[in-house]
Design a protein around this ligand. Structure first.
Ligand SMILES: C[S@@+](CC[C@H](N)C(=O)[O-])C[C@H]1O[C@@H](n2cnc3c(N)ncnc32)[C@H](O)[C@@H]1O
Length: 344
């Protein structure tokens, strides 16, 4: 990974800190038919690194908030796992995954290739009431490719200017899309897709030691609005998710926004955290949180700075008596165990 040199946040400790550069998403194979808001293409290299180090190879990947599914697709195409369970509550997104898995990828690819896209033809198509799952899937692809930011949630609308002022056409690449859909035929029989609650499906696999979990929930913890604007289903009990994740026998990785409320929950549940740079849709570099049981394999990434906790020490007098009133001192606690200060 490329690295940027940046002044340390904690000057007394390390002088200079190596911060990894955001991943160039153009270097990651785009396998999903979706352009997904909050999609994790930029996380693919880190995800690979996590699974490549695992021995024995996990047999099942469970992705309880699958969305555009780039992580599951990468895991299957690159044989990082044998099979995957994808879960997504949004029925429109689900229609696409179900159609692909049930053998309609070719029909969808044909529909994409032969559709004459204009604003009027899209409006006409979207007014139709779909009679079959594959028709619903096509409508979803159409919306995802012509709506602002690929957003299907209420309040979204057509791309106005898009790339290079091409408006509604700017994300419609029929040839590329058709190719991606057809490629999915090679792995479709290794996907178990559920249009269901991700937490419920995680419970089903909680005791399975051969399962690994990639968990990318809507970012709404602590009342944050980002996830609310992007998804139809954004309401999530994050505390319940963390409690459930703690019971998983298999390993997991969670990605979240770098929010205080999220870090608080991760600490309470005894998880490790690292920061990872990403470039958002406005080309600004931000940091997201990676949360897991043991993230020592991510030692190149900065640890999350923990606030200095204070605790009370008891002075033991020479005669062995404890003295709490006169001798009580307040000291800075040693950093919590998941901060590896040597690595900062
Ligand atoms: C951050 S996005 C996932 C993006 C995905 N990792 C990708 O790369 O495209 C979160 C997804 O969770 C879905 N979702 C929200 N609540 C859910 C639930 N309880 N069960 C399953 N999916 C849910 C949303 O519809 C949204 O697609």
């Amino acid at each position: 990974m490329h690295a940027l040199r940046q002044s340390s946040l904690f000057p007394g400790l390390s002088g200079e800190l190596e911060i990894p550069k955001p991943v160039n998403v153009a270097s990651v194979p785009q396998r999903s038919p979706f352009r997904y808001p909050g999609g994790k293409t930029w996380f693919v290299p880190t995800f690979r690194h996590w699974l490549e180090d695992k021995y024995p190879k996990p047999s099942i990947l469970v992705e309880p908030f699958a969305g555009g599914g780039i992580i599951t697709l990468t895991a299957l195409f690159e044989n990082l796992v044998e099979k995957a369970v994808m879960v997504e509550l949004d029925e429109e997104i689900a229609a696409v995954w179900k159609s692909i898995i049930r053998g309609d990828a070719e029909w969808l690819a044909n529909r994409v290739l032969t559709f004459d896209l204009t604003k009027e033809s899209v409006i006409r198509e979207l007014k139709k009431r779909p009679n079959t799952q594959r028709e619903k899937a096509f409508q979803t692809i159409l919306k995802n490719r012509t709506f602002h930011g690929g957003i299907l949630a209420k309040g979204s609308g057509f791309l106005k200017y898009g790339e290079n002022g091409k408006g509604i056409h700017s994300r419609w690449y029929p040839g590329t899309l058709a190719k991606r859909l057809l490629n999915l035929k090679h792995i479709a029989n290794r996907i178990d897709f559920r249009c269901d609650d991700g937490l419920k499906v995680m419970r089903e696999f909680a005791t399975n030691r051969a399962a690994v979990f990639f968990i990318d929930p809507p970012y709404t913890a602590g009342g944050k609005k980002a996830g609310k604007r992007l998804y139809k289903h954004y309401d999530l009990d994050h505390e319940q998710l963390f409690t459930l994740v703690e019971t998983l026998k298999g390993d997991f990785l969670m990605t979240y926004d770098n929010a205080e409320e999220v870090k608080r929950m991760a600490r309470i549940h005894g998880f490790e955290m690292r920061l990872i740079p990403m470039t958002n849709t406005h080309h600004a570099t931000m940091e997201e949180l990676v949360i897991g049981k043991d993230l020592s394999w991510m030692d190149g990434s900065p640890a999350v700075h923990e606030p200095e906790a204070e605790y009370v020490t008891r002075i033991i007098k020479k005669d062995g008596q404890k003295n709490r009133s006169r001798g009580t001192q307040r000291k800075s606690a040693a950093p919590l165990s998941f901060v590896d200060w040597d690595k900062i």
